[in-house]
Write a protein that binds this ligand. Structure first.
Ligand code: AMP
Length: 377
């Protein structure tokens, strides 16, 4: 069995010695599943706190590897590589919510910072909406669509406009088809995989709730930014988010806390919402650090990356207060990255983050820039 014989792991030693504060010792190794920019920024935070990171992902532009002490490039179903990964790690987290659940389940359960159920739910839009609704959340009207007949029925029940989304593997607006009218629906070639059809939400703005939950159940929230999307992908996050979002944050936070508690979640968790005239409409959750939380690196007392590492390593959580009166985070996408160094010469001391991706493909997140306003006294 992969990873058998874990008695020597730091958490186990602490437990065996009856130590209640389960903090990983300096020099311990954090395993990160996934190799993208979120893993890269997590690994930097891990280094700062005296840990080392080991990444794991299939072949690709794994930019997290630059910040990791080691990186295993292997397929998600490579049992031997997963066992080797498990042997080197003291705790395992993920930076990507589409890591196959089977790969996570192949690891010893006591290595996982967070129950795999969080991934199972977040990977399936239908389960995600059912789960949020079961805890009192309000998603857009939705229907499970497996066949053309289901789609026709969903169109009658929910109406148009709406959006057909693949239930699994969609991100940044991929695997989605907008349906403006019944006529337009007839032109959509049904993708032939499990989908969700949901009503189009008329909203003022989008926002996210980002929280961190410690091993002891302590929960802290960062301020919610207004999130502006372009082509289904986050373009900018802005603080302050405006009166409508601020009024809806308490209800959205209450749902996010229920989700985190119900999952026994440890680490950073994100829920995305539409702010509508009728209140916050739940869109989706990401069981990980989030693009709309990048501003926290410079803008908050403790960044989402650092608090994620603190949480999974059993360290005390850091404060989440916003440090500036106004903050804007903007993604640098595609070829824009080729000229991104110019941003450094712009006024206002912009904070530039580039992810080191080799190919500046269209629509690819290559970096981000955060601008901050006055310091909050
Ligand atoms: P998602 O992958 O579900 O987050 O969708 C990507 C983006 O598409 C969202 O951030 C919204 O901008 C937009 N979108 C998704 N679902 C809806 C909806 N039901 N109504 C209106 N806009 C939506």
């Amino acid at each position: 069995m992969p990873g058998a014989g874990n008695e020597g792991r730091p958490f186990d030693k602490l437990r065996a010695n009856g130590v209640s504060s389960l903090a990983l010792a300096t020099g311990s190794t954090i395993g990160i599943l996934g190799g993208g920019q979120l893993g890269r920024m997590m690994a930097v935070a891990a280094l700062q706190l005296g840990y080392r990171a080991i990444g794991y992902a299939p072949e690709g532009d794994n930019v997290a590897a630059d910040a990791c002490a080691g990186f295993i490039t292997a397929e998600w179903d490579d049992a031997e590589a997963l066992a080797q990964f498990a042997q080197t790690c003291d705790v395992v987290t993920w930076e990507f919510e589409n890591v196959p659940v089977a790969a996570v389940k192949a690891l010893p359960a006591d290595l996982l910072a967070c129950p795999v159920k969080a991934l199972e739910i977040a990977q399936d839009r239908l389960r995600e909406k059912d789960f949020a609704a079961s805890l009192g959340g309000q998603p857009a009207p939705y229907a499970q669509v497996e066949t053309e007949a289901d789609f026709a029925e969903a169109l009658v029940r929910i109406g148009t406009p709406g959006i057909l989304k693949t239930a699994r593997d969609g991100y940044d607006g991929k695997g989605q088809w907008r349906v403006r009218s019944a006529l337009e629906a007839s032109g959509i070639r049904f993708p032939g995989v499990a989908c969700v059809y949901e009503g189009f939400v008329t909203y003022e703005t989008e926002f996210s709730v980002i929280l961190v939950r410690g091993r002891d159940g302590d929960i802290r929230f960062w301020d919610s930014t207004a999130n502006l999307h372009e082509g289904g992908m986050l373009a900018r996050s802005i603080l302050p988010a405006g009166a409508l979002v601020e009024a809806q944050v308490p209800a959205a936070r209450a749902l996010a806390a229920k989700v985190a508690d119900a999952l026994g979640y440890v680490g950073v968790l994100t829920l995305e919402f539409f702010a509508t005239r009728e209140g916050p409409v739940f869109n989706e959750m990401a069981p990980r650090v989030h693009n709309s939380g990048h501003w926290t690196i410079e803008g908050a007392a403790t960044s989402q990356f650092e608090n994620h590492i603190r949480a999974i390593c059993g360290l005390p959580l850091g404060g989440t207060a916003t440090r500036f009166e106004a903050i804007e985070m903007r993604n640098i996408v595609g070829e824009e990255a080729l000229e991104a160094h110019r941003i450094l010469a712009e006024p206002g001391e912009p904070h530039l983050h580039l992810y080191g991706k080799r190919e500046a493909r269209e629509g690819r997140k290559m970096g981000h820039v955060t601008r901050v306003g006055h310091i909050i006294p």
